[in-house]
Design a protein. Structure first.
Length: 307
């Protein structure tokens, strides 16, 4: 691995020192990736981690390591970034710190409700607050070509004032001044990914026992097909926005529900448990039974709402 202090040789000192200092609490896999991205971009970096040994390599790469969260926060002149396990960890780590006058940026995975509570917590203590959702895995951080990005919501002025530093690890998308919106977008996108993975898992289960069928070749077809079908998200969004669920329908719900019978029969013939698909199929069946067979899938969204 190329060490940051070596890669910075010859860099203009004024440029490096003029970068916004960043304080980072939490050096798990993601935190460490964020730290290295900030160091490579020339941002002075202060780090703290519960297990001090994880900070050792970063000290050799130019980071300043401190012993306590309180010390890290007290010395911060730029954003104080948290990348911890969960909201309970954030509560514990910040309990003995004074965040008055500080800029707190929470990149810890949380729920929208937790993000809003944390924003109120920060405001009550005199801090500005941004919540973030990282749409990337650690290997994508610092590599813009991979398409990873970080969602932010909360104090827009805070976001804009530190935008350069926030953009160093990955692309950024500001999704609203409601501090819960980054977490909501994050969870919604991850939920869609989980559903996609469920379909992929079912698809591989169907083809796995077939002799002469190459999983790698099938994966290429699967990737192409999912990419082609992703355009339906815009169709559904337009229908939800307008309330006209029959507008621009390319495949009617009745037709898709009828086609589900072939999916289920094939699963049975291939000795594949259909449980990853049947809950969604049941929603489709219910919507058709309610007389909405000429719609697209937008109406199934309403069936999931409990209000």
């Amino acid at each position: 691995m190329v060490r940051v202090h070596s890669s910075l040789i010859g860099m203009d000192t004024h440029t490096t020192s003029s970068r916004t200092p960043v304080t980072l609490l939490g050096l798990g896999d993601m935190g460490t990736a964020l730290a290295r991205a900030w160091l490579l971009a020339g941002h002075p970096l202060t780090v703290w981690n519960r297990s001090p040994q994880k900070a050792g390599p970063l000290a050799g790469e130019g980071a300043r390591v401190v012993a306590t969260p309180a010390e890290a926060v007290a010395s911060a002149t730029g954003p104080v970034v948290l990348c911890l396990l969960d909201d309970a960890s954030v509560e514990e780590v910040l309990r003995a710190t004074d965040v008055n006058g500080k800029d707190v940026v929470n990149l810890t995975t949380s729920t929208p409700a937790e993000a809003r509570r944390r924003a109120r917590w920060a405001e009550e203590r005199g801090a500005r607050f941004l919540d973030g959702g990282i749409m990337a895995v650690p290997s994508m951080i610092g590599r813009p070509e991979t398409g990873g990005y970080i969602l932010y919501s909360g104090d827009r002025a805070l976001f804009e004032s530190h935008r350069e530093a926030l953009e160093a690890p990955a692309g950024v998308k500001f999704v609203g001044e409601d501090p819960g919106h980054a977490a909501l977008h994050d969870i919604a996108l991850l939920s869609a990914m989980t559903g996609m993975f469920a379909g992929i898992t079912h698809a591989f289960a169907l083809v796995r026992p077939e002799k002469g069928l190459d999983p790698a070749g099938f994966a290429t077809l699967l990737t192409e097909w999912l990419g082609a079908m992703s355009g339906m998200t815009h169709e559904m969004a337009a229908q939800l926005a307008s309330g006209a669920y029959t507008q621009g329908v390319t495949s009617s719900l009745a037709m898709m529900a009828a086609g589900n019978e072939a999916l289920l029969a094939t699963a049975e013939n291939q000795s594949v448990d259909p449980r990853l698909l049947t809950p969604f199929m049941e929603l489709m069946r219910r919507r058709v039974a309610q007389g909405h067979g000429n719609e697209g899938l937008a109406g199934t969204v309403d069936l999931l709402r409990s209000e």
